[in-house]
Ligand binder design. Structure first.
Ligand code: ZN
Length: 305
């Protein structure tokens, strides 16, 4: 790589790993590195060393697990808030990166970064809106509406928490009480990888019982239905480890069609195969988050002096 040409950095900061990448001015990835998430000092330090090997760095984007303060004007901007992840509550992620690397740092949620990545460089090409739902250990949604990322209010909730919406829970069909420590049987409590592990006694990647995947498709289809009615996005990308099971998305599409029940409301694309283009897997695969973080960097502005 030509050392004189600036690169843009991105971090997908997850609870188990940080994926770091640098890209050229056009957003093409040049190098990536995966760092295990340990203590904040060790993890941030390892990320700094990665970017120090890829100078000159123009800006850095971070898509992080949360809850996180994403209000640029807030005194705690870039702080991870009350996370159960040991050692990370109240951790300032932005300041040490900015201080060590001397570049603008733009931070958003992991799901917003993934939504941005898919919108700019994956499944969203040419669209004005897109929602990205991750169904993994937890459940979250990021969204682009009217050509911009959706954020929360300036006070109160810091960012949307779609994973904690309520969906119908039939205790006869599904006696599991739900795994959310706050709400029990919210969407995440019923449909996350963690809920599947606790309900069925094994992790989703080792679960082949068709009953389990039918139930999972029911909950994910209800979530997609709610997203459709709330945001009317042009496309919904469903990523995350649980969504990799080959039976899930086809069953979600089929169930969604019947849940929509012919209501002539917020349109989902019509015609043969249209549902296959409406609810889709990430085109960027596992890279949606880090590609989106790089996109955050490419639109980062220098901090006011
Ligand atoms: Zn919940």
């Amino acid at each position: 790589m030509d050392a004189a040409v600036p690169v843009y950095g991105g971090i997908e900061a997850g609870g188990t790993k940080w994926v770091c990448a640098v890209a050229d001015a056009g957003g093409e990835l040049l190098a990536t590195e995966v760092i295990p998430t340990t203590t904040p000092e060790t993890t941030i330090g390892a990320a700094v060393r990665f970017f120090e090997r890829h100078r000159p760095l123009a800006a850095l984007g971070v898509g992080t697990f949360g809850p996180v303060d994403v209000r640029p004007a807030s005194p705690t901007y870039g702080h991870i808030l009350a996370t159960p992840k040991p050692g990370w509550a109240n951790t300032d992620v932005v300041s040490p990166l900015r201080a060590a690397l001397g570049v603008p740092v733009r931070l958003d949620t992991d799901v917003n970064a993934a939504a941005l990545g898919e919108w700019r460089r994956g499944a969203g090409a040419g669209l004005g809106s897109l929602a990205y739902m991750t169904v993994g250990t937890g459940i979250g949604v990021g969204a682009v509406v009217n050509d911009g990322l959706v954020h929360g209010l300036l006070h109160g909730l810091l960012h949307p928490e779609f994973g904690h919406i309520r969906v119908p829970h039939d205790p006869v069909r599904d006696p599991f009480a739900g795994s959310c420590p706050f709400h029990g049987d919210c969407l995440e409590g019923l449909a996350s990888g963690e809920s599947m592990r606790r309900r069925w006694g094994r992790p989703a990647e080792r679960l082949d019982d068709p009953t389990a995947w039918e139930l999972e498709a029911e909950y994910v289809a209800l979530a997609v239905l709610n997203l459709t009615y709330a945001l009317s996005p042009e496309r919904i990308v469903v990523g995350g480890g649980v969504a990799k099971h080959p039976a899930l998305l086809p069953a979600v599409r089929e169930r969604l069609l019947s849940l929509l029940a012919g209501y002539p409301g917020p349109p989902v694309p019509d015609g043969p195969g249209a549902m296959d283009e409406y609810v889709i897997a990430p085109r960027l695969g596992d890279h949606a988050g880090v590609v989106g973080a790089v996109e955050l960097a490419r639109t980062a502005r220098p901090a006011p002096a």
